[in-house]
Structures are given as structure tokens and as C-alpha cells.
Design a binder for this molecule. Structure first.
Ligand code: ADP
Ligand code: MG
Length: 351
């Protein structure tokens, strides 16, 4: 017994396809911020300035001094599956945050998006606004080399989505966490995050000066995670076959009741990965009771072909070709460092 008459198969138009993609790529204001900041970093920015109003619900603006977009390519930047970052032939050879060509068209489908950019070497800038998937013509605009993207009234046209957002305060908190994660991934880049809900220059929520050389990472971690973390953390540098683990892991005495201070990066990309957080827990199992959580900011680097980043639209998950090797790298790398530190501590006590 048929319940519904069959409709003929029809191709969805671009606007509908983009709204569907937006459902996966842009869950909340913080995901828009993530995509825009990642684009700025991919463009080689030295500075990224982020502003939001009302928890990002009414306005998100991300400005960078990266290489910009030529005026002639602005409409393409807003078209689906259009990217300057890969040619599509090798999805296991990705060295940029972006590669799906989905963020800007998705945002253009669920918000009013204004893209203003001046490409390196171009005599002037250009700007383009999309509203519910429909783009206005490109116009000339004054600006220095780099890009500014404004996302206004996110989800206003999709009330179902809007209803799922949390309070302005909670959304602002998520934005701040997203920016801090990316700031740890790019310690040589300067960041500012401002809440401009009350107008004017706004209130600075987070600020990190651009770092240089080997001191950039510890300095950035001090800015983001606090002096106490870095003063109680061991510097890690552990190789295992083609993988390498670096970063900082807190001494067991600096553990926390909640797993709020665990930051993991794979080839520079912030990830939330059960395999890796499980390995982190296992590494500390001899040093911490089960209700305590280790604090750490750890970076795994490996040849791009050993890790698949094309697992999830928001790219928060990755898949290692050899998961056991990644787990072993963390477990043994941290255990060695912790044991060595413990040994030093006890030998100091015994004189
Ligand atoms: P992806 O990042 O996956 O390529 P996006 O939709 O995020 O897809 O961006 C589309 C394209 O627009 C990018 O490939 C890039 O060429 C260009 N672009 C977007 N943001 C910036 C930026 N801040 N600076 C320079 N180019 C940008
Ligand atoms: Mg992108």
C-alpha cells in the first residue's frame, strides 16, 4: 500500500543545495567564525580581526591581511564546490584548512553575506553581497590588501535553525573557544576578538599578538590557557615513525575535574577526536585518578597522506591510516615525558 504519490525526480536549484549544505557546515555562529578564520589563515594572513554582535546572531565580521581575492573571482568564491585550494585529484594531499568550497556559498544561503577583498597587487578592491543565495553585482570598493567577510542575520531566513541557537552569551562563548583554538593552531598570527553588540569599537574579548620563532607557541599557550598551565606543563617532542608529537602536557598535579583544557591538533587543524582523547587519558592513567582530566595542547604532524581529513563536513574529525600508531605516539610520548619529570622531581627531593 503506497502512502504518498511519487514525484518526478528533479535537480534541486543552487539555493536549495546550498541551504542543505549549510545545515552541515554552519551549525551555529561559532561554525561561521571557524570557517571564516580558517579562510583567513589559508590566505596567509598575519592578522585576523573578528567582531560579533549579539552572540554572532546579528553580525559576524572577519577581516584579514591575507592575499585577497581578485575581483573577477568574487562570484566564484560564492559558488558551490569552487575552491582555489585543491584541484580535486588528490584528497589525501591537503595542506589547507579548506578544500570543500562550501563555506561561503553555505553562509550566503542562510545569511546576508558581504565579501570585500583586494587581491595582492590589485589597484583597488571589490565587494559583493549575497542575500538568501542571490548575489548582487560586484562593485569596486576601497580597502587594503586582504579580505573582509560580513555575515549578517544568520539563520533569519531559516527560523527552525534560529530556534536551536542558545543564548547570546552561550553563542559568544562558543565563538571565543573557536577563536582560541585556531589561535593556538597559528601562534605566529595576531588575533583580536571583539564584541560589538553595544556599538563603537566594542569590547575586546580576546587578543593575541603575533609570535615569532620557537617561543611563539609557549607564548600563545600562555595567552590562551594561562600562565599557570604553561608553568606546570612539560614540553613534548616525541617522534614515532613518520609521526611526530609536540606541544605541552600538564603535570598530573595540574589536572582538572572536567576535560575542558584538552586541545588536539593534527597537521595544524584543531580536532575533536575520540581516539586521540582516549590516548591522552590512557597516557595519564598511571599518574591520575579516573575523575581527574589532564590538560594538554598537543600537535601531531605527519605526512598528509597518512591522515584523511575528508571525513566530516566541519572537518573536526580525522582518520589516521594507522590509528594504532597515532594512539601509541601519544601514549608512549606522554608516558616517557611524565616518567622523566617524576624521576627528576624525586631525585631533587632526595638531594
Ligand atoms: P574553501 O575554503 O573550502 O576553498 P570557501 O567557500 O570557504 O571554500 O571559500 C571559497 C574560496 O574563496 C577559497 O577557496 C578562496 O579562494 C576564497 N577565499 C575565501 N575566503 C578568503 C580569504 N579570507 N582570503 C582569500 N581568499 C578567500
Ligand atoms: Mg573555507
Amino acid at each position: 500500500e503506497k502512502t504518498a504519490p511519487r514525484r518526478p525526480i528533479a535537480q534541486l536549484d543552487d539555493a536549495a543545495a546550498n541551504r542543505i549544505a549549510a545545515g552541515e557546515v554552519v551549525e551555529r555562529p561559532a561554525s561561521a567564525v571557524k570557517e571564516l578564520v580558517e579562510n583567513a589563515l589559508d590566505a596567509g594572513a598575519r592578522r585576523v580581526d573578528i567582531a560579533y554582535a549579539d552572540g554572532g546572531k546579528t553580525l559576524i565580521a572577519v577581516e584579514d591581511d591575507g592575499h585577497g581575492i581578485p575581483a573577477a573571482e568574487l562570484p566564484l568564491a560564492l559558488s558551490r564546490h569552487a575552491t582555489s585550494k585543491i584541484d580535486g585529484s588528490d584528497l589525501l594531499n591537503i595542506h589547507s584548512f579548506g578544500f570543500r568550497g562550501e563555506a561561503l556559498p553555505s553562509l550566503g544561503a542562510v545569511a546576508r553575506l558581504t565579501l570585500t577583498s583586494r587581491a595582492e597587487g590589485a589597484p583597488e578592491g571589490a565587494t559583493l553581497t549575497v542575500r538568501s543565495g542571490t548575489a548582487a553585482p560586484v562593485r569596486p570598493a576601497a580597502r587594503s590588501t586582504g579580505t573582509r567577510v560580513e555575515v549578517a542575520d544568520l539563520f533569519r531566513a531559516t527560523p527552525a535553525r534560529l530556534k536551536f541557537l542558545r543564548t547570546d552569551r552561550a553563542e559568544a562563548q562558543a565563538i571565543s573557544e573557536t577563536v582560541k583554538r585556531l589561535a593556538m593552531a597559528a601562534p605566529e598570527v595576531g588575533f583580536t576578538l571583539r564584541d560589538i553588540s553595544a556599538g563603537g569599537e566594542g569590547r575586546t574579548v580576546f587578543r593575541a599578538d603575533p609570535g615569532m620563532g620557537p617561543e611563539a607557541l609557549p607564548a600563545r599557550l600562555r595567552q590562551v590557557l594561562g600562565r599557570e598551565f604553561i608553568e606546570n606543563a612539560l614540553a613534548i617532542d616525541a617522534p614515532r615513525e613518520a609521526l611526530r608529537l609536540t606541544g605541552y602536557a600538564a603535570l598530573p598535579t595540574y589536572s582538572r575535574g572536567a576535560a575542558v583544557a584538552q586541545f588536539l591538533f593534527v597537521n595544524g587543524r584543531p580536532v575533536k577526536d575520540k581516539l586521540l582523547t582516549g590516548a591522552l587519558r590512557a597516557a595519564y592513567s598511571d599518574f591520575l585518578s579516573r575523575d581527574r582530566h589532564p590538560a594538554a595542547a598537543l600537535f601531531i604532524t605527519c605526512p598528509a597522506e597518512l591522515v584523511d581529513v575528508n571525513v566530516h563536513p566541519a572537518k573536526a574529525e580525522v582518520r589516521f591510516r594507522d590509528p594504532g600508531l597515532a594512539r601509541g605516539l601519544i601514549v608512549s610520548g606522554l608516558r616517557h615525558a611524565l616518567a622523566a619529570a617524576g624521576h627528576r622531581a624525586s631525585s631533587t627531593v632526595s638531594g
